[in-house]
Write a protein that binds this ligand. Sequence first.
Ligand SMILES: [Zn+2]
Length: 418
Amino acid sequence: MRPLAREIRAAVDVDVVVSLTRDLVRLRSENPPGHESDVIAYLRDLFRTIGLGDGRIIEPAPGRQSLLVATGDGAVSGKPVLLVNGHVDTVPVRPDGWRHDPFGGEVHDGRLYGRGSADMKGGIAGAITALQVCRSLGLELPCEVAFHLVADEELGGAHGTAVLLEKGLIAADACLDPEPTGLQLCLAERGLMFARVTTRGVPAHGSEPSKGRSAIITAAAIAQVLHDNEFPQTPHPLLGTTTCNVGVIRGGSGPNVVPEECELQIDRRVLPGDTQQSVVRGVVDRIASLGLSRGTDYELVVDMFCEPSEIDAGHPFVGTVADSYRAMTGRLPGITGLPFTTDARFMRNQLGIPAVVFGPGKLDVAHTVDEYVDVDSLVTAVSVYAHIFAGFTGTQRLRDVPSHSSIDTGVDGAQSMT
Ligand SMILES: [Zn+2]
């Protein structure tokens, strides 16, 4: 292990990252309803004590707060800016079935339990603790580290990162997103479209169905053809194929009436390269295979579209994160893709900021009962983040450095996290 890695390893105090994660878990921030201001107030105080000042709070709706704070201004210091973007909201808790207090942050057998422990208060605590480690070692960082700790990621980010984007508040040379990836480097994520398909029928008396046309029967045929997912597609090496789930069906007024209207709600997950237009067209084409036309037989309304995104595996910032992982663990990191979206898409797609999603906690426990984060993975995350902060000199300059790992997305350990 090289001297810097050894120093960082020695400076990581497990109690610091555990108690910070626990404090954040205890501050409820479930979304819906969406209430991030308690956890943001706590974080603002913490950054003040670390010496980063007051930062800036963005509050587009009451209680929906995001905090922007940084070690310094890259435009003034001339240093590259490394952004840590993390969401402080969590999915809600239904207490049934939890064996541990969902807001207790208890540690048992090396696991810290609670809502948000994995997704993603553990990752946020890890990144903040990493900055404290760098400071405790007296390291002069070659970059400014900025934290955007945001609201509303769990419901699409409209009150969080999307607002920062609209206001022109995001500028960075690279972005680290400490979502739970089991400490694998996540380089791609699927996009999603939530849409409603409404069919129309001709009502008639339930005793004579042949005199009408059933909106439910039309909807059932559409549900089947979408569920079969026979869309033309090429699988993505990290993400596999697209999916289409028909999650809600609602229609009819009673057993004795041929139904006049039926609504389907669909969740279509798509791959890099897909746009809202192409995804809508794909759905319309599949329904057309039944002989049904949009506007005549049914209506389609898009409720939400989040773009897919990816970063090239050969990008220098991927090499930076991989090198730090290897320096601190002695192993090559796994490379993966996420079956759902994160705020990294805003960086990659709208801003052209290279973004790697990499954090402690396993994806398959996020959003579940007894969500937890392994204390060991918290400690590893702190050390890798500290190593990245201590070595980040910008992605432009790294292009000339030949020693960075070349990451092949076909390496062993590459797998989808579904
Ligand atoms: Zn998350």
